[in-house]
Design a binder for this molecule. Structure first.
Ligand SMILES: [Zn+2]
Length: 192
């Protein structure tokens, strides 16, 4: 590693620290020529293999661009899209693979998008999973309803309220186990 100050071609590692989640290593280096210190961060490079076979670096911007289309007209902020892209990157990196199929990136988007905005999720899923008919929509919606139901019975309608991560997204989306969406659900499937 070249010294960024004097361009000396050698440096010595004086400290090495792995991040809590194990996804990166930060090294403190010392240049023996000029005596200055600098840091390097090491992460695995992550490549996406497209259906055409083309390989390109994983890009959060591309995730955001893809999801943004599905979010048109929905109350979804740029911040929440950025957070979604971060979660997608974390989940695909968690697989530990250096290369991932574009298809799997799409799969990794579905979960966080569903928490963010269910309408955007249905739009994205309909394109991504090639919904061919109303039946596909019906089964996707039925799965969402079943989830609402499960979360409501599990935690009395406040499943995500105690979770600081989840409350961020329910602010913008009103989705998840939020009482308003539980009310929508209740209209379709009366209970209690
Ligand atoms: Zn130097």
């Amino acid at each position: 590693m070249h010294c960024p100050y004097c361009r000396n071609t050698d440096s010595r590692v004086v400290d090495s620290r792995t991040s809590d989640d194990g996804s990166q290593i930060r090294r403190r280096r010392l240049c023996p020529a000029c005596g200055r210190r600098f840091s390097t961060v090491e992460t695995t490079s992550l490549s996406v293999v497209k259906r055409s076979g083309v390989v390109e670096p994983f890009s959060r911007d591309k995730v955001v661009a893809g999801v943004r289309k599905a979010c048109q007209g929905r109350p979804v902020t740029d911040d929440s899209l950025a957070l979604l892209a971060q979660r997608v990157e974390e989940s695909v990196r968690a697989s530990g693979a250096a290369e991932i199929d574009a298809h799997d990136v799409g799969l990794a988007i579905l979960g966080p998008l569903r928490e963010l905005d269910e309408v955007a999720y249905l739009r994205f899923a309909s394109v991504y999973q090639d919904f061919a008919s109303l039946i596909d929509f019906e089964s996707a919606i039925a799965a969402l309803r079943a989830d609402h139901e499960a979360r409501r019975t599990a935690a009395g309608g406040a499943a995500t309220a105690d979770d600081p991560d989840a409350s961020d997204s329910s602010d913008v989306s009103g989705a998840g186990a939020d009482p308003s969406s539980a009310a929508d659900d209740g209209a379709a499937r009366p209970e209690a």
